[in-house]
Design a protein around this ligand. Sequence first.
Ligand code: SF4
Length: 181
Amino acid sequence: MAKLTLCSDWLDVCSGCHMSLLDIDEVLVALLDSVQLLSTPITDLKHPPEEGADIGILTGAVSNDHQEAVAKRMRERVKILISMGDCSVFGGICAMRNFFDAEQVLQYAYTETDSTAPGQQVPRSPEIAKLYPKVRPLRDVVKVDYYIPGCPPSANTIAYVLTELVAGREPKWTDELLRYG
Ligand code: SF4
């Protein structure tokens, strides 16, 4: 039987969600019997191939135009899209900046922190991703098929959802899977 193909990418993140994905340990090894990893931020191929894939995982919120393009490319190229981690599901810690003006955030980050070098300026270039006024969850930008909340989601929860999808079953949430800590 042909293996399912899986791609992942990250948007506005701390990378903890992808670390949790790696934390599923031996389940990851077992999954690789039926799943082929095509692209991830931690493999040589960084983006889903044009010919598409079965499952895509996106972590992180959408905070700039570059991230929106990454999200739309993933959506176009996969059959099932999973929004993983609180940043992706509802904005998470990234959305804390929504209490402030985006320009104010840039000025603080580049010119006012205790560790800022004297004379530092906010970098301005058309090649730099354009910061949006507000951080948005993934579902505000593309259609999402499944959500895995958590900061980060536990390895057990990620393993459960992937195992069910690979087996052709619908993942079902239980209190145990949604308990953090
Ligand atoms: S949900 Fe938590 S672990 Fe995942 S990217 Fe956001 S801050 Fe990091």
